[in-house]
Design a protein around this ligand. Structure first.
Ligand SMILES: [Zn+2]
Length: 123
């Protein structure tokens, strides 16, 4: 089965798409507090030390392009001044920080782990 943007966006386990990656509720002082294993299919969310090192690069790449496109769109598309566009871009960066931080780990897991229907149906 193909990559599921919905499962990635909702921080679901990449193998069964049912278990949650992150503990709930979100604690703002520890936003990367993940479950050790999937509660549904028992997938190990920490398969090796430094596993999420690659997620750091994904976070950098996705957030940089996202913010750059917003800034360029405001300046060249809508004719805003550079300063006004930078203020709005910094504001968007602040409010989207947690989404990129947590989403990059979710995306990394979804890129490196295949969906398996057998695990989705069990239980
Ligand atoms: Zn699972």
């Amino acid at each position: 089965m193909k990559f599921s943007f919905r499962a990635m966006w909702n921080y679901k386990c990449p193998r069964c798409r049912k278990g949650d990656l992150y503990k709930k509720p979100l604690v703002i002082s520890n936003p990367l507090d993940m479950n050790k294993r999937c509660e549904h299919c028992d997938l190990d969310f920490y398969p090796q030390p430094g596993y999420y090192y690659g997620a750091m690069f994904l976070s950098y790449i996705t957030s940089s392009w996202f913010l750059l496109l917003i800034c360029l769109g405001l300046v060249f598309g809508l004719g805003w001044s550079v300063n006004a566009a930078m203020v709005l871009t910094i504001f968007v960066a602040l409010i989207s920080f947690l989404r990129f931080l947590r989403g990059s780990r979710s995306l990394w897991l979804h890129i490196t782990t295949k969906y398996d229907e057998r695990y989705a149906k069990e239980h």
